[in-house]
Unconditional design. Structure first.
Length: 302
C-alpha cells in the first residue's frame, strides 16, 4: 500500500499514481470532507496494522475546511480532525519510505536563509520590519528593494474576486504612503538576474531547470510570465560543489524533497532565495524530460 496525503486537483499526485500502476494507493485529500474516504479504513491495533510501503506528504496537511455548506462552528473542529488524519503517524512503520513530512509542509523563510548562509551559499540582504524608519534606511542603502510574503501563501479570495501575491519592487512613492508602523513584512535587496533556476530535490538528487521569462516586466517574479505562457525552461546543471551544499541544507531542515529557487546574476553568482517543501514540478518534469513523477513512484514503491 502507498499513502498519498494531498489536496483536490493535485495533478502531480495523479500523475505519480499513474506511474504506480497496480500498487494499492490510498489518496487522502485534506481539503475534502466528502467521498474521498469511502475506501479508507485502518484498524490501529498493533496486531492488525499493515505498514505501507511508502507515504508521500505532498500538499495541504494544514489545509482548512472552507466548505460554505458546513456551519462555521464545525469548520475548525473538522480542520483539526483532517490535520490529525493527514499525519497518518499510526501507520508509519520501520520499513516505510516517507517522502516529505506532515510537520514540514511549510518552512520558515528566514530559517532557510540562515541555513543557506551557514553552508556557504549566498543570499540576498534581508529585512523584516514593522517600522517605516527601518525600511527607509534599508532602501537608501540598497536602492532596489522588493517586498514578498513571509509565508508561502500566494492567493486568497475576497467577495470582489481572487487575488494573488507576487514579488514586487518598491520605490520612494510606495514608502511615503506607509504609516510609521505597519504589519510585519519581508523586504530584500533586488538581485539582478541573468536567469532563474528551479531545483526539484528528491532524496539526494537535484533536477535543475534554468528559467528565462520573456519580457522585462517580469523581472521580479517569473510566475507572471508562466501564467501568460511566456517562459522558456531548459535542463541545467549546477556547479559541482553546489549540489552537496544543497543536500546538507535539506538534511539540516529534515527535508528529503522540495523546490529550491535560485538566481544566477549577470556576474555569474548564484543567490539562493527559498525552499518550498511541496513545490510544483509538473511543467519542469515534462519540459525537461526529467520524468520526476516516475522517480517519485519508484521511491515510494521500493
Amino acid at each position: 500500500m502507498i499513502v498519498i496525503s494531498t489536496i483536490n486537483f493535485d495533478e502531480s499526485a495523479a500523475d505519480v499514481m499513474d506511474w504506480l500502476g497496480d500498487e494499492h494507493v490510498v489518496r487522502v485529500n485534506n481539503d475534502s470532507v466528502r467521498g474521498d474516504f469511502a475506501e479508507f479504513a485502518c484498524n490501529v491495533s498493533p496486531q492488525s496494522v499493515r505498514d505501507p510501503k511508502g507515504i508521500w506528504f505532498r500538499k495541504g496537511n494544514r489545509t482548512s475546511i472552507t466548505d460554505p455548506s458546513i456551519p462555521v462552528a464545525f469548520r475548525a473542529h473538522m480542520s483539526a480532525e483532517m490535520y490529525a488524519l493527514s499525519g497518518l503517524h499510526y501507520i508509519r512503520g520501520r520499513n516505510t519510505r516517507v517522502l516529505g513530512s506532515a510537520d514540514y509542509v511549510f518552512t520558515n523563510k528566514l530559517a532557510v536563509l540562515q541555513k543557506f548562509e551557514s553552508h556557504g551559499l549566498a543570499t540576498p540582504p534581508t529585512l523584516v520590519t514593522t517600522k517605516k524608519e527601518s525600511l527607509t534606511e534599508f532602501y537608501q542603502q540598497h536602492r532596489e528593494v522588493i517586498v514578498k510574503p513571509l509565508s508561502d501563501g500566494t492567493r486568497f479570495s475576497l467577495p470582489s474576486g481572487e487575488f494573488k501575491i507576487y514579488v514586487e519592487k518598491i520605490d520612494d512613492a510606495f514608502i511615503s504612503t506607509l504609516p510609521e508602523t505597519f504589519f510585519p513584512a519581508l523586504f530584500q535587496k533586488h538581485i539582478p538576474k541573468e536567469y532563474e533556476i528551479r531545483v526539484f530535490f528528491l532524496a539526494g538528487k537535484c533536477y535543475c531547470s534554468a528559467i528565462f521569462p520573456q519580457g522585462a516586466q517580469n523581472n521580479t517574479d517569473y510566475r507572471k510570465s508562466l501564467q501568460a505562457g511566456r517562459v522558456r525552461s531548459v535542463p541545467y546543471r549546477l556547479p559541482a560543489h553546489t549540489e552537496p551544499k544543497l543536500a546538507a541544507v535539506m538534511e539540516d531542515l529534515r527535508l528529503n524533497t522540495g523546490s529550491i529557487d535560485i538566481i544566477r546574476t549577470p556576474d555569474g553568482e548564484y543567490v539562493f532565495l527559498e525552499i518550498n517543501p511541496s513545490g510544483q514540478f509538473g511543467s519542469q518534469s515534462s519540459i525537461c524530460n526529467y520524468y520526476i513523477e516516475r522517480d517519485i513512484a519508484q521511491f515510494l514503491s521500493k
